[in-house]
Design a protein around this ligand. Structure first.
Ligand code: N2P
Length: 348
């Protein structure tokens, strides 16, 4: 009996020590953590066919949800798509790996104006994927007056026909902007004014959504929605009664780059995927699927007037000039911001 046991033990040990090889080798993969609806689904298939690297996709809805997941699941993600101000935060917290640009020759296609940005001054950690604005998506058959001010989102005539974004920086941001303050304010009195304004608006808001809004607006379920430019254009492609505007008081302009967490297990595969996504035909394919603004010069050239003549995807300098970028607000200063947003969420 003893002999059988020790033989079995030896066998188990032997198996455990055997090098993983041949058919047992782990498949090459890259774990991608992206926004919902932010990539043509066929793009990952094409990448897999060309490289043999299997893409494992994960999805998030807001930056704030995403960064917590990356912090608490080290090694889970190889490529992530945070917005500019969250890149700033991730750099500050030492959460990102430096990108090896030898692996990204397609960087030449990216517009120089979007390189070396404030959120990553030497472009050590990030490559732009898409950019856009925050504005109002509205149904021209349901709204009588000209839409050019945030004030319309407080007009009781549209009670129960307004969607707001369930996203702290966006919704608090436009309330701050409507009041004439910076979207990056940390002043408690300004934040309190903004949250009071949103609480006063709450009875006429139909719902706070993020990803659902585009389909619901396309289906004519509301008159006005706070929305990002690409999701707005996605809905406008489905329903010709929809239009999009960046209000006169100003708004947010943003860039969503691609970054590699410092804990990534497949860094080189992530770089291969970044390079693939910077290829002009792939960037064009994505742009024509999700309708956000592209940083890819070659893709824009290929899209021609369909792209350049469209003010939603290619905003004028005038629109850009009245927008500001969000910036990272360090945790201790962000407490008031959070508390005021919680007041809004908890209000009836
Ligand atoms: C797409 C999300 C767009 C990202 N569903 C806005 N920064």
């Amino acid at each position: 009996m003893k002999k059988i046991v020790s033989l079995l033990c030896a066998l188990v040990l032997c198996c455990a020590m055997m090098p993983v090889s041949g058919a047992f080798a782990a498949e090459e993969e890259v774990a991608v953590y992206n926004w919902f609806d932010y990539m043509d689904p066929e793009v990952f298939d094409l990448f897999e066919q060309e490289t043999g690297i299997h893409v494992v996709p994960y999805y998030f809805t807001t930056n704030e949800e995403m960064i917590v997941q990356v912090q608490y699941n080290p090694g889970a993600y190889d490529l992530v798509f945070p917005s500019d101000y969250i890149v700033e935060k991730m750099v500050r917290l030492g959460m990102l790996a430096e990108i090896n640009y030898d692996n990204i020759p397609n960087l030449v296609n990216i517009d120089e104006n979007l390189l070396n940005p404030d959120y990553d001054p030497e472009n050590k950690y990030s490559v732009p994927f898409m950019w856009g604005t925050l504005g109002i998506l509205y149904n021209v058959t349901m709204v009588e007056e000209e839409v050019d001010s945030w004030s319309i989102l407080w007009n009781e005539k549209y009670a129960n026909r307004i969607y707001m974004l369930d996203s702290i920086r966006d919704t608090m941001g436009i309330a701050l902007k409507y009041l004439g303050y910076s979207m990056n304010s940390t002043d408690l009195f300004e934040l309190r004014e903004a949250s009071d304004l949103l609480i006063a608006q709450k009875p006429i808001v139909k719902a706070y959504y993020v990803d659902e809004t585009k389909e619901k607006m396309a289906a004519g379920e509301a008159a006005l929605a706070l929305m990002w430019s690409g999701d707005a254009l996605f809905a406008m492609e489905l329903n010709e009664d929809l239009d999009y505007v960046v209000p006169q008081e100003g708004s947010n302009i943003w860039v969503d780059p691609m970054v590699i967490p410092a804990t990534a297990k497949n860094k080189e595969n992530a770089e291969k995927l970044i390079n693939f996504l910077c290829r002009p035909d792939i960037a064009q394919r994505n742009c024509e699927y999700i309708w956000y603004s592209s940083p890819n010069k070659a893709a824009i050239e290929a899209m021609g007037e369909d792209y350049t003549e469209n003010l939603t995807i290619n905003p004028s300098q005038d629109i850009i000039d009245r927008c500001e970028f969000f910036h990272d607000i360090p945790e201790d200063e962000f407490e008031d911001f959070n508390d005021e947003w919680e007041r809004v969420k908890d209000a009836r």
